[in-house]
Design a protein around this ligand. Structure first.
Ligand code: UPG
Length: 481
């Protein structure tokens, strides 16, 4: 790809994991096509996920953004084998800094700005040294951003474990966070991932601004708090640009290339199918898989289920290997006879599915989701209500936001990360979203409103379009050809 000096240039630093790579690639594409930038993305990969590698390959083929892939870093001597995902990613991003610094110094153009995603904030010092404007990209919602930047303060005033607190955690101007909803790194204050997360909270305000993957109408109160000098602006003192929803859209499916699954969806009634999938890393215990299988069967609703090998220990153990487990014989993890009994109403896919095509299909009526933010955005922008099944990371926070503030989701009484949710409750949630005429109807109407307000935000003159333009304006202002 030829790099010219005629357009301002932005450089991204993206961290491992599809949940980060996807929104970085999407935002990069948007800045090229809508704002007339050239974009280079410095990608740090886990190097163990085939799906990650494939995604990057297709981004390289599309040639919208320039991709730089540094050699993999070996962190095995720096962490314990059982280190949490956040710790692993933090250490990888720390070790990549010399390569990122050399790559920036070797560029034959002066970038207008550097955009660093959430897990790479330790690298903000590099553009600072080089005198280049620097921004943080939060590929999640504003409430999670608020908790992250306020955590260093909570760290000073809260005693004991957050999960053991009797009172909700107050964040100025925002919805309080229930102790049971705190993000994974806050579960154990003696674990390295907690220190890494507090560090990120301290580092974000060192940027010149924050891009966040949400929009005004979705989180008006939190965004107002982030701008209010008496509330959270006091902590960050930098502008926040709500530019979302940045998400993958349904591409045109080539004639003749449609898979059997999408043909099957074509033949189902409108909004009749429940799509069940837990993102790029979510896995379930064997017992929980049985309950979901029976719950789906007993609900008598049509479904598509992306099934992975169960885990016993943690919910996130396939985070870096997604797409690599697809060849397993998944029938052995499902109840006897399940596949035969449900063959007329359901489809089970091993490992990985064409999610954006499924969610964007008119036959899909609900998304049974782990509430990763990309999945949520794909659902909301297609007007599909959510059965929230938070597993790890910040997903409990996301599920609460959707169910209790936005009004587009239901979630189980006990959190799936805390115990096994029984089939009866699963049936109840599915039926509420798919068939309930009162509460269900309200949720289905609300999600259509959210779809429309997301479109308005992105259209010309909409809040996110304006936020992206003002970010672009700031970057172009300081750029010297
Ligand atoms: O079978 C599948 C499963 C997933 N996807 C895609 O993979 C992405 C998954 O992203 P997301 O829903 O955000 O889940 P995670 O990969 O789990 O994301 C991580 O990163 C997100 C953004 O920071 C966080 O919100 C999550 O909690 C964290 O687990 C989405 O674009 C999906 O369309 C597929 O295409 N097919």
């Amino acid at each position: 790809m030829e790099i010219t000096n005629s357009k301002p240039h932005l450089v991204f630093l993206s961290s491992p994991g599809l949940g980060h790579l996807i929104p970085v690639l999407e935002l990069g594409n948007r800045l090229v096509t809508l704002c007339n930038f050239e974009v280079t993305i410095f990608t740090v990969l886990s190097n163990t996920s085939q799906t990650e590698t494939q995604l990057l390959q297709s981004a390289m083929t599309a040639k919208i953004c320039e991709i730089i892939q540094p050699p993999p870093v070996d962190i095995s001597s720096l962490i314990q084998p059982e280190a949490a995902i956040v710790t692993q990613i933090s250490v990888m991003m720390r070790e990549i800094r010399p390569a990122f610094r050399s790559a920036l110094s070797a560029l034959n153009f002066g970038p207008a700005a550097i955009i660093i995603d959430l897990s790479g904030t330790e690298s903000l010092e590099i553009p600072k040294e080089l005198g280049i404007p620097k921004y943080v990209y939060m590929p999640n919602n504003a409430w999670f951003l608020a908790l992250t930047i306020y955590l260093p303060f909570l760290d000073q005033v809260v005693e004991g474990e957050f999960v053991d607190q009797k009172e909700n955690l107050e964040i100025p101007g925002c919805r309080p966070v229930r102790p049971e909803d705190v993000v994974d790194p806050m579960l154990d204050r003696s674990n390295q991932q907690y220190f890494e997360y507090v560090r990120v909270g301290n580092e974000i305000p060192k940027a010149d601004g924050i891009l966040v993957n949400t929009w005004e109408a979705l989180e008006p109160t939190t965004l107002a708090a982030l701008r209010d000098e008496n509330l959270l602006y006091k902590t960050i003192k930098i502008p926040v640009f709500p530019i979302g929803p940045v998400r993958r859209a349904v591409g045109k499916v080539q004639v003749g290339s449609k898979c059997e699954l999408l043909n099957w969806l074509d033949n189902q009634p409108k909004e009749s199918v429940v799509y069940v999938s837990f993102g790029s890393g979510g896995t379930l215990s064997f017992e929980q898989m049985q309950e979901i299988a029976y719950g789906l069967e007993m609900s008598h609703q049509r479904f598509i289920w992306v099934v992975r090998r169960p885990t016993i220990e943690t919910g996130d153990s396939s985070f870096f290997t997604t797409g690599n487990v697809g060849d397993d014989d998944i029938s052995r993890y499902l109840p006897d006879g399940f596949l035969t009994r449900t063959k007329n109403i359901g489809r089970v896919i091993p490992g990985w599915g064409p999610q954006v095509q499924i969610i964007g299909h008119p036959s899909t009526g609900a998304f049974f989701s782990h509430c990763g933010w990309n999945s949520i955005l794909e659902s909301l922008t297609n007007g599909v209500p959510i059965i929230g099944w938070p597993l790890y990371a910040e997903q409990r926070l996301n599920a609460t936001l959707l169910a209790e503030e936005v009004g587009v989701a239901v979630k189980p009484k006990i959190l799936p990360s805390n115990g096994v949710v029984k089939r009866e409750e699963i049936v109840m949630m599915i039926r509420k979203i798919m068939a309930d005429e009162e509460e269900g109807d309200k949720i289905r109407k609300r999600v259509k409103e959210v779809k429309e307000n997301s479109e308005r935000a992105l259209n010309e003159g909409g809040s996110s379009c304006n936020a992206l333009s003002s970010f672009a304006g700031e970057c172009k202002k300081g750029w010297k050809r």
